[in-house]
Design a protein around this ligand. Structure first.
Ligand SMILES: C[S@@+](CC[C@H](N)C(=O)[O-])C[C@H]1O[C@@H](n2cnc3c(N)ncnc32)[C@H](O)[C@@H]1O
Length: 354
């Protein structure tokens, strides 16, 4: 999609002054959704586009929440995107899309940025967070726990555990130096560092009910969940059919982010790196308008199907096999090349062990 920056600037200035003007009509010429999925309470718009091109065409301060996960630059084998830029180039690109996203974010908005690392290079996610630092304030760090082991004794008698517990999925690595990677970061960035949150929307019941009687603040019976979120991947039978993408997050992750920001305060949410549409699915469930882009048509098509299924209150489709047949052909050319060590160690390929 070609953009003309000066023209976009003029259009955005005009759009911020009034709605439904000539500028809106011109925008609809410049920017055509790949698909629009209406829900009874909201609408999802999907763009087959580079996210910076899309973001440059959206009005300033028009998005309440961004929930996203960019490519991590760890050599993951996407369909279209080459996930192995020189690090300086990758961080420059990170700055470009974050600058564009910060412009469209409302002053009391939230940008939830999911980034993982590879066990052999734990700085990678923190480097991305540092690249955002110049544009937005880091308000919270959430740890997305994909797998956890809890000893029966540590859990205490009240837990009722009859044995040690190990739950969730992770990619085991073979190493005498590095640990299996069982978590990823969700950096919560905001324009001013002071965006209000609906902490109790994710509340967990007090274990000790006497707290509820003792403290006025505990009258709701729930407390803030805190910044460790255990969200396992769903167990799937066949990767190519059930999750035809190498690096997704479960839709419960964006759902919790949206609830934490406060669903009643969200008109529009955005995922510039839509993938299979986990954020779109969460938005459709919660009745929030969604805007998303991806450069890969096969992923975007799957995202559209998933959002449509939620809108139609059907079960999520576990399909994609027909399209994967096509993709497999394209991939087979690359199959002769073994995965890079970076990809193998990234943990981002989401294979599982419990
Ligand atoms: C980590 S994945 C996102 C997965 C998504 N969160 C999900 O759960 O399915 C990153 C996605 O970004 C897309 N992508 C890469 N570069 C892009 C760009 N410049 N603009 C838009 N999408 C891009 C890739 O095709 C890939 O689907």
């Amino acid at each position: 999609m070609a953009t003309v920056p000066w023209l976009i600037g003029v259009i955005n200035a005009q759009r911020s002054r009034s709605r439904n003007t000539w500028a809106d009509q011109l925008m609809s010429v410049l920017l055509k959704p790949y698909a629009t999925v209406p829900n009874h309470r909201s609408t999802s718009r999907f763009y087959l586009a580079d996210c910076v091109a899309l973001l440059e065409q959206l009005p300033a301060e028009s998005v309440d929440v961004v929930v996203t996960s960019p490519p991590y630059n760890l050599g993951v084998r996407y369909n279209t995107y080459e996930d192995a830029l020189p690090q300086t180039e990758y961080l420059r690109w990170t700055d470009a899309w974050v600058t564009a996203a910060a412009r469209v974010l409302r002053p009391d908005g939230s940008l939830f940025l999911n980034v993982g690392t590879r066990p052999s290079d734990p700085w990678t996610a923190l480097d991305v967070a540092q690249a955002v630092r110049a544009r937005l304030r880091l308000q919270n760090i959430i740890h997305w726990v994909k797998s956890i082991a809890i000893d029966r004794n540590s859990a205490g008698a009240a837990s009722g555990l009859s044995r040690d517990l190990a739950v969730g999925h992770y990619k085991p690595i073979n190493s005498d130096r590095f640990l299996n990677d069982c978590h990823e970061f969700v950096f919560h960035f905001t324009p001013g560092g002071d965006s209000r949150l609906d902490r109790l929307a994710l509340g967990v019941p007090y274990q000790d009910e006497s707290n509820v009687r003792r403290w006025a603040a505990a009258a709701t019976g729930v407390r803030c969940r805190g910044n460790t979120w255990f969200i396992p991947y769903e167990t799937i039978q066949r990767r190519d059919r059930d999750r035809p993408h190498p690096a997704t997050f479960p839709s419960r992750l964006p759902e919790q982010c949206l609830k934490l920001h406060g669903v009643s305060r969200i008109q529009t949410a955005l995922d510039p790196f839509t993938g299979l549409g986990a954020t779109a699915v969460a938005c459709a469930r919660l009745g929030v308008n969604f805007i998303g882009s991806d450069i890969d048509e096969m992923y975007l098509q799957e995202a559209v199907e998933r959002a449509t299924a939620v809108a139609g209150r059907q079960a999520l489709p576990g399909r994609g096999a027909a399209r994967m047949a096509k993709v497999r052909t394209r991939r087979s050319a690359r199959a002769a090349t073994p995965p890079t060590a970076a990809a193998a160690a990234s943990g981002r390929t989401r294979s599982s062990a419990t």
